[in-house]
Ligand binder design. Structure first.
Ligand code: PHE
Length: 368
């Protein structure tokens, strides 16, 4: 009776033999016959399977499968065919263009968004994607157990509470100056708004602030228009005398730059805990020019002339206070929305399943 060791030895012999044959310029056809043909080396070694003890058959089968794949793959790369016995090479013949990859479409969008905002003095920053509840919710005017938190389908992280209960919290100071006070729960960031108070702290609570924060966000939802991981970008401007017109001007600027001339923005009243007043932001549809109609028929792409993209508003005084900024002196605006959605609208691609972005399917990605 043979053993699996015998089989392995035979397999190794075949592998060495193939390498030698390829070095000696055997043709693809010859190799196919002598290795993979009916009476070829593969079938010969495969016969051994019958002689092996039952408990070794499974592993042996796997080894044989691997061998077969390896032989086919190696033989397929042999380009010198039996008909190709010319001994010269045409050096002037065009070469084979190697495949060149490119940036993922979402990375391209992030690069474009960053560039657009840098033109008007924003600084791109990134903040942690796993962050304290304090930055994601509490400092944004959402105390523990506040119902507004339900809006965000949050993943919580099992991390020990490191809050130092012995340190008295002086409410006039931003908590970020006392890291031992920022304990409690940790979350996977549900929005890039966690960057707001972090940015105020980074700049020592001293405006002007012009931040563009682009990062990954996580929510417990998955369907054709939501992925559990997605990207958002967040703008924050704080200075003396900042008002809604500055917000609207910035949105119009972005709309024109990203979607092309003539694109307009629209803000509608809404509610967020961390902005007051708050708005939802729409951009005019570039297919029907914001009219909702194409040749008298309803525009199929937008239905109403507008696409809703995200949220915005004037920074709530409590948020400024959490970042150590005096709301009596300074005001600010913030906006934030999803990169994926913003991008698909731009291209007029009408991608009906955004999960495709993360499927790793080259047939999809190569189109961008
Ligand atoms: N963070 C909000 C969201 O994820 C969007 C937003 C950002 C709203 C900034 C207002 C200001 O939905």
């Amino acid at each position: 009776m043979s053993t699996i060791i015998d089989l392995q030895t035979k397999i190794r012999k075949i592998q060495t033999q193939l390498a030698t044959d390829i070095d000696n310029l055997a043709s693809q056809q010859e190799l196919t016959i002598s290795y993979l043909g009916k009476k070829g080396l593969f079938n010969q070694v495969a016969q051994m399977l019958r002689e092996l003890p039952n408990e070794e058959k499974k592993t042996a089968g796997q080894l044989l499968n691997q061998l077969k794949e390896e032989l086919s793959a190696k033989i397929a790369t042999v380009t010198i065919s039996e008909s190709d016995n010319q001994s010269w090479i045409d050096l002037s013949a065009p070469g084979i263009q190697p495949k060149v990859g490119h940036m993922h479409p979402i990375s391209q969008a992030m690069r474009d968004i960053t560039h657009i905002f840098e033109q008007i003095g924003f600084t791109r920053v990134r903040y942690p994607e796993v962050d304290w509840d304090w930055y994601v919710f509490e400092s944004l005017n959402m105390p523990p157990d506040h119902p507004a938190r339900d809006e965000w389908e949050t993943f919580f992280v099992d991390a020990p509470d490191t809050t130092d209960k012995n340190v008295a919290y002086d409410a006039s100071e931003p908590r970020g100056r006392h890291p031992s006070l920022i304990g409690g729960k940790m979350v996977m960031t549900t929005h890039t708004s966690n960057g707001q108070v972090r940015e105020m702290e980074r700049l020592n609570s001293t405006p002007p602030i012009r931040m563009i924060n682009i990062g990954r966000c996580y929510r417990r939802q998955q369907d054709a228009t939501h992925t559990q991981m997605f990207h958002q970008f967040e703008g924050l401007v704080v200075d003396e005398g900042i008002n809604i017109q500055h917000l609207k001007g910035t949105l119009d600027y972005f709309a024109e730059q990203f979607y092309g001339p003539g694109t307009k923005s629209r803000i509608r009243p809404f509610h967020f805990q961390f902005t007051e007043p708050s708005f939802e932001v729409d951009f005019s549809c570039h297919i029907c020019g914001g009219t909702g109609l194409i040749d008298g028929n309803r525009c199929k792409f937008c239905k109403s002339g507008w696409h809703e993209v995200g949220g915005a508003g004037m920074v709530h005084p409590n948020v400024l206070k959490a970042g150590g900024i005096d709301p009596e002196i300074y005001t600010g605006f913030a906006f934030g929305w999803g990169v994926e959605r913003t991008y698909t609208l731009k291209e007029g691609l009408n991608i009906d399943d955004i999960r495709l972005f993360y499927s790793g399917d080259l047939r999809f990605l190569e189109q961008f």
